[in-house]
Design a protein around this ligand. Sequence first.
Ligand code: G16
Length: 540
Amino acid sequence: MHITSVATKAYPDQQFGTSGLRKRTQVFMQHYYIHNVIQSIFDSLKGFEGKTLIIGGDGRYLNSEAIQIAIKIAVANGFGTIIVGRNGWMSTPALSHLINKYEAFGGIIFTASHNPGGKDGDFGIKYDDSNGAPAPLSLTSKISERTKGIDRFWWADIPDLDLSVINEYTFDQAVVKVINPVTDYAEYMAEIFDFEAIQKLFASGFTMTFDALNGITGPYAKYIFEEQLGAAQGTVVHGKPLPDFGGCHPDPNLVYAKDLVDSMFKPETKDFAAASDGDGDRHMILAPNLFINPADSLAILTEYLELIPFYKGKMYGVARSMPTAPVVDDVAVSKKIPLYVTPTGWKFFANLLASKKVAVCGEESFGAGSFHVMEKDGIWAILAWLNIIAKTHKKPQELTYELWTQYGRTYRLRHDYEGVDSGAAQEMFKALASKLPNLTGTKMGQLQIKEAKVFTYTDPITHEKASNQGIIVTFSGNASVVFRISGTGTVGATVRMYFAKKEKELDAVPAEVLAPLILTANTLLQTKKYLGLDAPTSIT
Ligand code: G16
């Protein structure tokens, strides 16, 4: 095997965002674009020679080519063992689990998560550290910096490998192992959850639909839900990972999983429904005629997690991201457990999970997870719901109404202004930030501002500071609005506004409850003036 140094030119746009590097697929198709990122990751790490690297992807367009490139560069850089998922497939949480299981140095996953795939869609690369967590800010900044100066990458002249069969390939000191990542993950889930209780639930006639949205979770879900837990054949729909997700947007929410949502708002429905995204870290939960939003879902998981044997006596605390409606806050008070509020980005939960400050975390963008892996985990969250339903003998809608009855119902909505001009968005935020010091006490229509501030976070473990993580304005009457610019958009900027208000009334319409708050928020941010838009491009 020959190892050569290949000259390359740096690209100026390889800045890592909320979750790795995400761009249009065609940007990644540029000459040596992928090579540069991978070598920049390795150049930013120390001490991996002879160690293990896990590589996978969510099966989207360009996945196979990217994996062959990554294998060659990893071998050339001196990794000893490279573990790859069969077909190059692996979900993000499975990658995290395999890093821990095989005590790997780290892992690379090719995914743009819930973003559409295909040649005209999106692609991405993410690096997970040796504890299976998304690379921390300090490392992603280093990688981004390195991409600006890279002028060569190391290359092993080995052939493209057949990844469709379980096999091992040896090249001098390096071995590449192709494994079935589904069975490893399924075994771990069986250790965590009471599979017997869930089997009994399905045997008693409980029905469910799981929509994999043609993303990576199809094979995991078919094996776990249908083969192991006895859910009816056909429970899993859109179960084959497709390079373009069948033209769908693999994002489990009310807009993009519309067929599934509609199927649950009919007179005759299944008892439970769920969906997951392109790389399997997000999930959505539905009950008959009810969408259980991620903030409520996190609260319910926190309330009942200790019914699952793996978590007995381990409810250390809970964390939510700042824009997530504060439903779990009440549960934390009632359970007398610590609550942490972090910036958006799963990486901010990782230290809390690893140091057992929290048992469970969740965020409004349809993510939840626990210390079982350091990534959010869609199938895990769905299994947790099934386990709780099996143990409490309560329907998902009953669990939700009980939560609301006990604490009040928090209505929430998110408005996104997608693909807007970045400069205009920055200006708009600057203008609002400059007004914040004078806003406390101001009355706006029916609402009075209690506090208005830019959110800054100091990691309680590393003391690393993350400044400028969005603006939060709280109002009297249990209402709040959060403004931030997304870190995962691939075109221009995406402005997000998150609204939340707690009410005693349980069956109101969210848009009606939140209308005054939405009006006030738009007056504060001046979306019309800066973005020229009358309405958001997406409401979820
Ligand atoms: C990533 C992060 C999440 C974040 C989401 C959306 O998720 O891991 O923590 O909430 O992006 O981020 P933003 O609001 O900045 O677009 P994923 O599932 O896309 O990897």
